[in-house]
Write a protein that binds this ligand. Structure first.
Ligand SMILES: Cc1ncc(COP(=O)(O)O)c(C=O)c1O
Length: 406
């Protein structure tokens, strides 16, 4: 990434305004390769299905596609992104509890994968299969079982249920439906739950082989991994932050043991682990004031822009203002009218109006979850190479209000 100096900041602000996201698409690409390599070292028949919802910036989705990864989508909106950037249907996997029936038909007929989440989807698939006897429909099943994380997930089929049996019977009995995928996802990122998910899925795949006569082409053990982060951020979690290698050792080795001939492709569905450290958010300090001994520095930007709760994100201040003073306990707060809109608690150090605060690790669930609350969103700029590239322009009034009737 280009060196962030105060001269560069003021140049960027002149063009893009006083707040923006900085993308490092090179880092994203490196993360993809690094994570893949860790798993491939242990189980070479491996691939990544990038979780679009985490950060669906088309440039990032394209990098995944260029590196041979899959698109993991959960809505017709995300499917459209994949198709528009030229992802082949065979590289698209559609998860999620509710799906648009016309669109799943479209994807299935193109050769894409649809992971069913409940028995209620079976009727739809049956109809598509009967109407299109010359098409092989590639179906997946989202599986739900206990990995000891204390969560009862609402997603997928309880693998010990009658409904799961019904899904397998349906696949067995309809000639042009093929079980291409078994999938699961568990949200907790602790590496100690990873052997259980890998063992659960590997064992299940072998049981399914008894029923259907074949092992599904792919076993997808989901996302829920921590990514790279600074020590200051790591220190704020109650758990030790695992490395990519730790996850690979915990899961890929289970597959190497169960599938010595690499009979099935192991997939994971990371979002945060790939993109978390690939975006920064920058905003200018606009006011500093003290109320009953408590100091507040208000910046252009909001907690909604960085979407980090409960932790102080890694920050650094680029000095640019001229009224620099030393402060002991400053809350860096956002432009919204919410008292709790605090981006950083208890900052200690030099600060001035006109300084820029840079927040790191803002890549996951920030851009995609930013509501148009009080202001439309800020632009996204890629500065990973030696040139500045506008990835998403600033949003304006009409971007938000053209869907309303005045
Ligand atoms: C099905 C599925 N896969 C993958 C992910 C990505 O999770 P993460 O960003 O924690 O890796 C999610 C996140 O909610 C998900 O629901």
């Amino acid at each position: 990434m280009l060196n962030l100096t105060s001269e560069m900041m003021s140049e960027l602000c002149d063009v893009y305004g006083n707040a923006f996201y900085l993308l490092d698409s090179k880092k994203f690409s490196n993360n993809f390769v690094e994570l893949s390599n860790e798993f491939k070292k242990i189980y070479p028949n491996f691939n990544i299905a990038y979780s679009y919802k985490t950060n669906y910036t088309p440039k990032l989705c394209k990098i995944v596609n260029d590196n041979g990864g899959y698109a993991e989508v959960v809505s017709e909106m995300e499917l459209e992104i994949a198709l528009r950037i030229g992802v082949k249907a065979t590289k698209i996997i559609w998860n999620g509890p509710i799906k648009n029936q016309d669109k799943i038909k479209q994807l299935l007929l193109m050769g894409g994968t649809v992971n069913i989440d409940s028995v209620f989807e079976i009727e739809t698939i049956k109809k598509i299969a009967h109407q299109n006897p010359n098409h092989r429909l590639n179906l997946g099943i989202r599986c739900n079982f206990d990995v000891g994380d204390g969560v009862i997930s609402r997603f997928g089929f309880d693998i010990d249920s009658i409904e799961f049996e019904q899904a397998l019977d349906f696949i067995k009995n309809i000639e042009n439906v093929h079980l291409i995928n078994l999938q699961c996802h568990f949200a907790k990122r602790n590496v100690e739950y990873w052997p259980a998910r890998a063992k659960g899925m590997a064992t299940l795949a072998l049981q399914v082989k008894e029923r259907l006569g074949y092992i599904p082409d792919r076993i997808d053990i989901g996302g829920g991994l921590f990514g790279h982060m600074d020590d200051a951020l790591k220190a704020q979690f109650s758990t030790t932050i695992p490395t990519y290698e730790d996850y690979a050792k915990a899961a890929a080795s289970v597959f190497a043991e169960h599938f010595p001939n690499l009979e099935t492709e192991l997939l994971i569905e990371p979002g945060s682990a790939l993109v978390g450290d690939c975006m920064k958010f920058v905003g200018r300090i606009e006011t500093i004031k003290t109320v009953r001994n408590k100091t507040f520095a208000t910046m252009l930007g909001s907690q909604k822009n960085i979407n980090m709760g409960g932790v102080n994100p890694p920050i650094f201040v680029i000095k640019s203002g001229t009224e620099r003073k030393y402060y002991k306990d400053v809350d860096i707060v956002g432009y919204t009218c919410i008292e709790g809109d605090v981006l950083y608690h208890n900052y200690e150090g030099d600060l001035s109006v006109g300084d820029y605060v840079v927040f790191s690790n803002c890549g996951s669930y920030s851009l995609v979850m930013k509501p148009p609350f009080i202001l439309p969103n800020f632009p996204v700029i890629d500065i990973s190479g030696n040139k500045v590239e506008l990835i998403k322009r600033q949003e304006y009034f009409d971007d938000i209000f053209h869907t309303f009737s005045f």
